[in-house]
Design a protein around this ligand. Sequence first.
Ligand code: SF4
Length: 320
Amino acid sequence: MTDTEPTDTPPFDAARLAKAVRQRLQSLQRSGVSSIQTQTGQSVDLHQLQNQLRHIQQHGLPIDESGDSQPSAGQSGPSPIDTIAKPPTTTPAPPNPTSTLTPSPVPEQIPSTSPTAQESEIMPSKKQAELDIVCQEVADCKACVELASTRNKTVFGVGNANARLVFYGEAPGADEDKQGEPFVGRAGKLLNKIIEAMGLTRDEIYILNTIKCRPPGNRNPTPEEQQNCAGFLKRQLEIIQPEYIVCLGAVASHSFLECNTPIGKMRQQFFEKNGIKVLCTFHPAYLLRDPRRKRDVWDDIQFLMKDMGLPIPEKSEGVR
Ligand code: SF4
């Protein structure tokens, strides 16, 4: 801020602007564009530009022409995230979101990555169109030979392309394999109750799984299958850009956060991954086997709702 600027000018939010610009650049890159030209005719590599913007987005530190950094307006010091996952100051981290896991609890202190009202409305139909492209690639995918030969339908994911919240499950079951939609069986009905108890609908959130094809006999997806499918998940999340992800059960939690911590020890705290707040709780299928755990899940959901700023009904019946 200069001396001549009025003191009541809203602080310039470099991180938010960087995020919006990155969204546009990612869209260009997906269309096959690798560089752009400035007004002076200079060619700028999109990959490098993305790295610089990512740095600004994650750390709020504008990088000037000389490579020096300075705090953005309104930022008085490093956030807890800075101390956990700060990339080198001279060489921005490569664009590999799945390798930037920070499985450290950071409740209440993560700088908000919430999109502005304007950003939230950035062409949801365009987002859906981008998801449709990935969905078609999934439908054609045969990377997992066994799954591709035994599936009836791929299960891409369903919901609002502009969702703040994503529920992340394990793998499609028999019902999902038949219908091509996640969480449509008994566990899905229970998930619907959880969503309704939050005062939301399935149209307002997004639901997806670690892999898109049903493992025969409902076995757990193998690490190789999860790895094969990780690229699709990464692209889905890059398009949706949720603020929150709820990992349902140990398989989803361990896959997404790349850890082996017992699920009971991961509850009631937020982890951070790629700017997304991640909450872990029990899988609805587990609640069907042990209904006493519904109270725990409702506690976790209320923990989430509080952080999301959603009203918690005084006389809520919770998850029944
Ligand atoms: S699980 Fe994913 S990677 Fe494997 S075949 Fe299905 S879509 Fe392809």
